[in-house]
Design a protein around this ligand. Structure first.
Ligand SMILES: [Zn+2]
Length: 274
């Protein structure tokens, strides 16, 4: 079933990338271990797992680039996060564990297109969310709340959406669909190219919309007691933030996890009922 040579190659490539990302301060120790495990399973378990791995790698590259870019811009403004913006295991797991578990599931259901669709839906959501968060900030006007479009909120507010952010969402999901299509994952599963692209794109959009809706309603939102900024972090400027609304437990990582589950579920449902 699983070729030992593939296991060795997957282990070597994932270990090299995880160590490289840790040394480049893209991931901290926990983040590197989490990324290694998710990457290894995705590479080693499915047939032609390297294709699944490349899809994951496209998302990881885009999000690492975005985080790093954001960190440089923040540092210039004096808002640098500790640890140089390196992602920890909660963040890596929140974005990648659904994809990893689906790659694991295909071991029990070899060649099941529903699982591939769900995998692409999860990665498309994570990628779309990353792009929307960063590119959405460039929208010329302030965003509006997804649950009440008449309400304008400050840029960066959880649950805020803008035209540019929504376009970035569609684009981020589209990229994952195109990569999967170019890798021939459509042919492997007997799908038309357009179906794969459309399903992946809409799944990413649905996942991100769930992200925004949770962000606008039950996510824990705080106000910094030092600089007065509205934030999703319990700590800001090195001090405890003041709770404004939402639940403590529903932080950004929980929201990302729920969003990727939603994107995966939507793509799977399209396959089941489509
Ligand atoms: Zn602050």
């Amino acid at each position: 079933m699983i070729d030992p040579a593939i296991v060795l190659i997957a282990g070597a490539i994932c270990a090299a990338l995880a160590v490289g990302a840790w040394r480049a301060h893209i991931l901290d120790e926990g983040g590197a271990i989490s990324a290694f495990l998710i990457g290894f399973v995705t590479f080693a378990i499915p047939r032609d797992g390297w294709k699944w791995f490349v899809v994951l790698l496209v998302f990881l590259s885009i999000s690492s680039y975005m985080t790093h870019y954001k960190y440089q811009a923040k540092r210039k403004k004096g808002f640098a996060q500790e640890k140089g913006g390196a992602r920890g295991w909660p963040n890596v797991t929140a974005n990648g564990v659904v994809a990893g578990l689906l790659a694991l599931m295909i071991f029990f259901f070899p060649g099941d297109p529903i699982i591939l669709a769900a995998f692409l839906g999860a990665v498309a959501t994570a990628n779309a969310d990353t792009l929307a968060t960063e590119i959405g900030l460039l929208n010329p006007s302030d965003p509006r709340l997804i649950t009440d479009l008449r309400r304008v909120v400050p840029a960066g507010t959880s649950g805020g959406i803008s035209i540019l952010g929504e376009l970035a969402t569609l684009f981020g999901a589209l990229v994952i669909g195109i990569v999967a299509g170019l890798l021939g994952m459509t042919a492997d599963f007997g799908w038309p190219f357009a179906v794969l692209i459309a399903t992946t794109m809409i799944a990413g959009f649905v996942g991100c919309s769930v992200d925004s809706i949770i962000g606008a309603t039950v996510q824990g939102i705080y106000k910094c007691s030092i600089c007065g900024k509205i934030t999703e972090n319990r700590r800001h400027c090195g001090a405890s933030s003041i709770p404004l609304r939402g639940h403590r437990i529903i932080d950004n990582n929980v929201v990302n996890l729920l969003a990727t589950i939603s994107g995966a579920a939507f793509a799977a449902l399209v396959l089941v009922f489509g």
